[in-house]
Design a protein around this ligand. Structure first.
Ligand code: ADP
Length: 353
């Protein structure tokens, strides 16, 4: 296994889109790194540049100690798992898995050994003799992963591998991928638009927006200390409440444009700011001597373990609050929500470009 190092990588498509802008990212040996972000943020382009399927306009790419920026895919010692599986329909699972080795001239016995090992690791059982047409989506995806494993590459690349599966299977495959990563100790670079997948799979997450890295860190770092309001909104379900407004003179209070006032955990320079508070950091209370907000409940979404309150502040701003499912709240009630100022995050106001 190997490190993967992206150094000031750029890609500008002939049409003019600067899809990947100065991206620098160090994936450690054995690390599971997830590239995440909304559609069009440059995830696939970045991954395809690492794979060698897309040219790198400027910057350098290293796999281990070797610069591979100009090498063709076959010379990079990486294996990619695609969203659409890309299996050969006329070959069995075992033949599909061994095909890449066969064209490289690997001895038959060695191919058989590696395919058997991978099939065991993925618990493929008698699927190995089946053709893709006779397999479910999840089974095909496992075979596609098996085909990558037998290559014993320096790094694995995954391009939204679970997005064609239904929700239940996706959750199962997510757990399987995590276990697989632990067993193989492999370096993995994984693309998804799904923040839940990013949070649950990644040792670290790299969040992209408009081709630019917003933050790189562990899932909990991004959740607890988002670098900006975009990260704050993107990571976490339900999303963080974010208000635009200003830090008042004195630096300890914030007032949103709609009139929400929040206590800040530490002194912040007065002036325009965005402030965030997660739905799970609000709780129903009857006491009004601590930091609190008065809100009008518009909708209670019951999800079993938790209920999500959709409420509105007197100034008309929407606020989400997450409550234990057992909590009795009815729609159209006015309630008091308590919060701890330590959970309030302040972000610099974004300058729109
Ligand atoms: P993501 O994988 O995050 O959805 P992509 O890497 O596919 O994003 O795309 C990043 C940007 O580059 C988008 O604006 C997209 O429209 C543009 N783009 C992607 N592929 C091409 C292409 N072949 N030609 C021109 N523009 C492209």
């Amino acid at each position: 296994m190997s490190t993967v190092s992206l150094r000031s990588i750029n890609r500008r498509y002939p049409g003019g889109t600067h899809a990947v802008q100065d991206v620098s990212l160090e994936v450690a040996d054995g690390e599971f790194m997830v590239l995440v972000g909304p559609s069009g943020c440059g995830k696939s382009t970045t991954l395809r540049m690492v794979a060698g399927l897309e040219p790198i306009d400027s910057g350098e790419l290293y796999i281990g100690e070797r610069e591979v920026s100009k090498l063709v895919p076959a010379e990079r010692d990486i294996a990619m798992v695609f969203q659409n599986y890309a299996l050969y329909p006329h070959m069995t699972a075992a033949e599909n898995m061994g095909f890449g080795l066969r064209v490289r001239g690997t001895p038959k016995a060695e191919i058989k050994k590696r395919v058997t090992e991978a099939a065991e690791l993925l618990e493929l059982g008698d699927l190995v003799d089946r053709k893709p047409g006779k397999m479910s989506g999840g089974q095909r995806q496992r075979v596609a992963i098996g085909r990558a494993i037998v290559r014993q590459p320096a790094a694995f690349l995954f391009d939204e591998p679970l997005s064609n599966l239904d929700a239940k299977l996706r959750a199962e495959m997510r757990a399987e991928l995590s276990k697989l990563h632990r067993r193989l100790g492999a370096t993995m670079l994984y693309v998804t638009h799904d923040q839940v997948e990013a949070m649950t799979l990644g040792d670290r997450i790299c969040l992209l927006r408009g081709g630019v890295i917003q933050q790189v860190g562990t899932p909990m770092e991004l959740y607890e200390r988002p670098a900006n309001a975009f990260v704050a909104r993107f990571i976490g379900t339900p999303p963080m409440n974010v208000w635009t407004g200003e830090v008042l003179a004195g630096g300890r209070r914030f007032r949103s444009t709609g009139g929400v006032e929040l206590a800040l955990p530490q002194n912040v320079s007065p002036g325009p700011a965005e402030v965030g508070l997660r739905p799970e950091h609000l709780s129903l209370t009857t006491v009004t001597d601590g930091p609190h907000l008065r809100v009008h409940v518009e909708l209670v979404e019951r999800m079993g373990a938790t209920s999500l309150l959709h409420a509105r502040t007197p100034g008309g701003e929407i606020i989400l609050a997450s409550m234990p499912g057992s909590m009795q709240v009815t729609e159209a009630e006015t309630v008091t929500l308590a919060y701890n100022p330590d959970h309030v995050r302040t972000f610099p106001v974004e300058v729109s470009s």
